[in-house]
Design a protein around this ligand. Structure first.
Ligand code: GLP
Length: 244
C-alpha cells in the first residue's frame, strides 16, 4: 500500500487527481466509483479539475461499485442518481457508458451476476476508487464477508441503514440491501485507490493499514493488493502508529 496523507484542504483535490490521471492516460478507461460523503467531495474536485483542464471523458466507461436495492433510481440516495449527477453528467460521459445494477431487479442475485459480467467485459475494470466504511467495509461488503466473495446482495449494517433512512426519509417498509461487487472483484482490479477523511475514520484506517488481514475488517485485504494507494487527510491518519 502506498499511503499519502494530505492536509484537509488538499485532500479532495489529491484524491480527484488520481481519477483524472487514469482518464488522461487512457481515454477508453473503465472506472469504478463509489458513493458517500467522502466521494461527494472527490467528485466535486474532479469536476473542477475537468473544467480547468478539459480532458476528454467521452470514451470512458463508469460503473458504480454498489447500489441499494428497492430504491428507485430517481431517489437521491440511490447510487445511480448520485453518480449520474456528481460525475456522469458533469463530465459528459455518455449514458451508454454508465454501468449500474438495477436496484429494483426481481432477482437481485441474478442481477449481481449480470452486473459483474458487464464490469468484467472487454478486459474488465482498469481502476476502482473506493471509500472506506466506518466499520471497515468496502462497497457493501460488511465485516465477516469472505475475501473470496464476488458480486452479491449483502446486508446493510445497522448504523448505515439508520443514517440512510434518516437522511432520505426512507420508510421502514422499504427493505434496503447492498448490491455490491465482492471483495474478490476489487482485488482482481489492477489499480485501486481508497480515500478516507475525518476523525470518524481514524480507527478503521488504522485497522485497514496496520491491523491483521482479517475478514473482520474487509479493507485490511488491501494490504495484499499490488497497486493500492491510500489517500488520507490528517484526521483520518490520526490513529496510525507509524506516520508516513
Ligand atoms: C457506503 C458505500 C461505500 C462507501 C462508504 C463510505 O457504505 N456503500 O461504497 O465507500 O459508504 O461512505 P462515507 O464516505 O459516506 O463514509
Amino acid at each position: 500500500m502506498k499511503i499519502i496523507i494530505k492536509e484537509e484542504k488538499d485532500f479532495f483535490r489529491e484524491a480527484a487527481s488520481e481519477i483524472a490521471q487514469v482518464i488522461r492516460k487512457k481515454t477508453s478507461a473503465k472506472i469504478g466509483l463509489s458513493t458517500g460523503r467522502t466521494t461527494k467531495g472527490v467528485h466535486a474536485a474532479l469536476v473542477k479539475l475537468h473544467e480547468e483542464e478539459k480532458f476528454d471523458c467521452s470514451g470512458i466507461t463508469v460503473f458504480g461499485i454498489d447500489e441499494i436495492t428497492n430504491m428507485s433510481r430517481d431517489c437521491k440516495a440511490s447510487c445511480y442518481y448520485i453518480l449520474l449527477h456528481e460525475v456522469v453528467e458533469p463530465l459528459g460521459i455518455p449514458l451508454a457508458n454508465f454501468i449500474m445494477p438495477d436496484p429494483m431487479a426481481e432477482d437481485p442475485q441474478k442481477e449481481c451476476r449480470k452486473f459483474q459480467q458487464k464490469v468484467l467485459a472487454d478486459g474488465g475494470a482498469d481502476f476502482i476508487f473506493l471509500g472506506l466504511g466506518e466499520n471497515g467495509h468496502l462497497g457493501f461488503n460488511q465485516p465477516g464477508t469472505p475475501f473470496g466473495q464476488t458480486a452479491w446482495l449483502s446486508w446493510m449494517d445497522d448504523s448505515l441503514n439508520e443514517r440512510l433512512r434518516r437522511e432520505n426519509n426512507i420508510p421502514d417498509e422499504v427493505k434496503m440491501g447492498g448490491l455490491t461487487l465482492g471483495i474478490k472483484d476489487f482485488m482482481q482490479c489492477p489499480h485501486l485507490v481508497i480515500a478516507a477523511n475525518g476523525e470518524n475514520k481514524k480507527e478503521s484506517v488504522a485497522r485497514m493499514i496496520e491491523g491483521p488481514v482479517t475478514e473482520a475488517v474487509p479493507a485490511s485485504i488491501l494490504q495484499l493488493h499490488p497497486d493500492c494507494k491510500v489517500i488520507l487527510d490528517e484526521a483520518a491518519a490520526g490513529g496510525l502508529k507509524v506516520t508516513v
